[in-house]
Design a protein around this ligand. Structure first.
Ligand code: GUN
Length: 284
């Protein structure tokens, strides 16, 4: 069996084209550009890279975007005051607070301060609850982007055994719910899981979101499985690699995402989709 690469980069290009077109149609109809505000506190280098990508994406599709770079010492009160202002600002459809926040801030309190209708990360408990209940809402970007990747395989998801390795609020937990909603049978694994190898070996879909190079040996992958690698790790040679040993996994998998060029571009595309959706809801 020969593996097929799920090309997140080119799927994301197609999504951005579709969004650009939707923005053009909105403008023709006299509606405002969708607006995204991105807040970064401090200058974590990884966060700075992500935030600059998000801004570039907004420009490309014709969104209005505002960037707020707050100093590390900013108080939580100042941050939530800014969130409150953006919640009320009609030019802004999406408010994104880049994580992680500095240690003196209560991250959950900040997330819950964002208007759920502007929570384009999909992290607010209201949006997570709506996902769990299969109600329309804003879906967390990485799992949403991964569902789009899975739809680009020619496989029927219904009934498949899926394993999610990682139980974070941002990826693992909402990912398992997305898979359940697609009528897969998801299992969430974490550091206390017994016999991870046996669970990976029996999975039709493997979603790896651990953040450790080579955490999943390719020899564990079941023949014909779909492998989605969320990990972004730098190896000893300074190269970006995922959590799954790519070369050996390719000998067994039917479909696999590369790192880079798999999940990352789709997370960014999902943020644009969420912002457009929020804008459409605000225009009604
Ligand atoms: N930090 C790492 N990933 C994310 C994300 O998807 N959204 C936000 N706001 N911060 C992050």
């Amino acid at each position: 069996m020969s593996v097929r690469i799920i090309d997140g980069k080119s799927i994301a290009v197609a999504i951005r084209r579709r969004i650009t077109e939707a923005v053009r149609k909105r403008m023709t109809a006299g509606l405002p550009r969708p607006g995204l505000a991105v807040i970064q506190v401090g200058d974590n280098p990884a966060s700075s890279v992500y935030v600059s990508h998000k801004r570039r994406d907004c420009t490309e599709v014709g969104f209005h975007s505002e960037a707020y770079e707050l100093p590390l010492q900013t108080s939580e009160k100042e941050l939530v005051n800014l969130v409150d202002r953006l919640n009320k600002n009609p030019a802004i459809d999406g408010v994104l607070v880049q994580l992680p926040l500095p240690g003196h801030m209560d991250t959950q309190a900040v997330i819950e301060r964002i208007d759920p209708g502007k929570d384009v990360d999909g992290f607010h408990p209201e949006n997570i609850g709506r996902l769990l209940l299969r109600l329309p809402g804003i879906r967390p970007c990485t799992p949403y982007g991964i569902m789009s990747l899975l739809e680009h395989t020619d496989e029927r998801l219904e009934g498949k055994d899926a394993i999610v390795i990682g139980q974070s609020n941002i990826v693992g937990r909402p990912m398992a719910i997305e898979l359940l909603n697609a009528r897969c049978t998801p299992t969430i694994c974490h550091s206390r899981t017994r016999d991870l190898q046996a669970k990976v070996r029996s999975a039709d879909i493997v979603i790896a979101a651990v953040g450790r190079e080579g955490f999943i040996p390719g020899t564990w992958i079941k023949t014909g499985a779909i492998v989605i690698d969320v990990g972004i790790n730098r190896n000893a040679l300074g190269k970006l690699v995922g959590d799954v040993d790519f070369a050996t996994a390719c000998e067994r998998a039917a479909w696999i995402t590369p790192v880079p060029g798999g999940v990352g571009p789709m997370t960014r595309a999902a943020l644009l989709e969420n912002t457009l959706l929020a804008a459409e809801r605000h225009s009604h």
